[in-house]
Design a protein around this ligand. Structure first.
Ligand code: SAM
Ligand code: SF4
Length: 343
């Protein structure tokens, strides 16, 4: 099938949830597999979904296109590691027709960067302009410890290739107790020195990872207070409707974001939903709610059943999550791993 020749779906009214929030952002986990095993994300002996359960790339395209027809304007491919899904570039290429038509404003991805050197130029050719690269440390030994077997040099080359190809890169780092806490200032200086924003993320209690979360979790309020002793942080107003709150750092001239699901709930402005590689729709990252879209997708060639199933699910989008990590709540809040839901 030539996706570029498939007609664009007709547009309908934007999706609005019961709390009046317009849903315009879709995150798609194209695979639950990954070439790394970050210890806060996966257990060492992860069981992955049987390949037969996965939607094909054509089905993922159709699903994404249905959401775009229903008002999605920003689409992020994620995973697992999106760049390890075989032939993923054909999906990026086919989705880029929605950029060309002006229906989709942004097509982007979140990646661990390990395969970026291979794909950066092609991503740029298909209309991708920005990527988020997850990188928690610049210390090769710590990087190996966090990812269990990753090679920092590969990620750094990937970032370099992305920047050379003309992609804007934002670095995402999970703040990890006793691991990269001390390194956050140098990570920030490095990112800002290379013209990249840095966003810090609080570890969330998602999925069984073979250990408790209390030993990993460090509140970003504490990280911010420590940074403020050495840097001038000024709140910025560029709130993109996302969970990050940004500050400008006078000394580096760069931007620093904080994603604080644990210490500050960001659900009131939530504009996003997520689909997994098996076609399950999760309307909230932190709740067990799930709607199967694979069945209506496969039940008929037109999108009527699919569209109705999406509307039903959006009509039940929960108000928000209630993640807690403390001594009494040291278990996952949701059983899904971030790699399944699509972080
Ligand atoms: N593999 C890609 C990557 O690492 O960028 C994309 C998927 S990964 C699940 C997306 C983001 O989720 C990464 O920035 C990762 O650090 C973050 N993440 C994974 N598990 C997390 C958790 N339990 N709490 C907070 N962030 C998590
Ligand atoms: Fe893989 Fe990303 Fe999870 Fe790390 S955070 S194990 S790179 S999916």
């Amino acid at each position: 099938m030539n996706e570029l020749s498939r007609p664009l779906p007709s547009l309908s009214a934007p999706m609005t949830d019961p709390f009046g929030r317009t849903i315009s952002y879709l995150r798609v986990s194209v695979t639950d597999r990954c070439d790394l095993r970050c210890f806060y994300c996966m257990s060492e002996d992860m069981t992955f979904l049987p390949k037969a359960d996965l939607l094909t790339l054509e089905e993922l395209d159709r699903l994404c296109s249905a959401f775009i027809a229903k008002g999605v304007r920003k689409l992020r491919l994620t995973g697992g590691e999106p760049l390890v899904r075989r032939n993923v570039m054909s999906l990026v290429r086919s989705l880029s027709r929605h950029l060309a038509s002006g229906t989709l404003r942004e097509l982007t991805l979140t990646t661990n960067g390990s395969q970026l050197a291979r794909f950066a130029a092609e991503l740029r050719d298909h209309g991708v302009r920005r990527v988020n690269v997850s990188l928690d440390t610049l210390d090769p030994a710590k990087f190996r410890a966090i990812t269990r077997w990753g090679d920092l040099d590969k990620v750094l080359s990937g970032i370099e290739a992305a920047r050379s190809a003309g992609l804007a890169v934002k670095i995402n780092a999970v703040a990890l107790k006793n691991l990269n806490e001390d390194e956050i200032p140098s990570l920030m200086e490095w990112a800002h020195g290379n013209g990249m924003a840095l966003t810090l993320i609080e570890v969330m209690p998602m999925g069984e990872i073979g250990e408790g979360r209390i030993d990993q979790y460090v509140p970003l309020s504490l990280v911010r207070a420590r940074l403020a002793q050495h840097y001038t942080l000024t709140d910025l107003d560029d709130n993109t409707g996302g969970p990050a709150r940004y500050v400008g750092v006078s000394e580096t001239g760069g931007k620093l974001g904080f994603i604080t699901p644990m210490t500050h709930n960001f659900c009131e402005s939530c504009n996003r939903v997520r689909i997994t590689c098996t076609g399950t729709l999760h309307t909230c990252l932190g709740q067990e709610d799930a709607a199967d879209l694979r069945k209506p997708l496969r039940a008929s060639a037109d999108d009527e059943l699919l569209s109705a199933a999406i509307d039903r699910a959006i009509g039940q989008k929960p108000k928000g999550h209630d993640f807690i990590i403390d001594r009494r709540h040291n278990r996952p809040s949701v059983s899904r791993h971030m790699s399944v839901t699509g972080g």
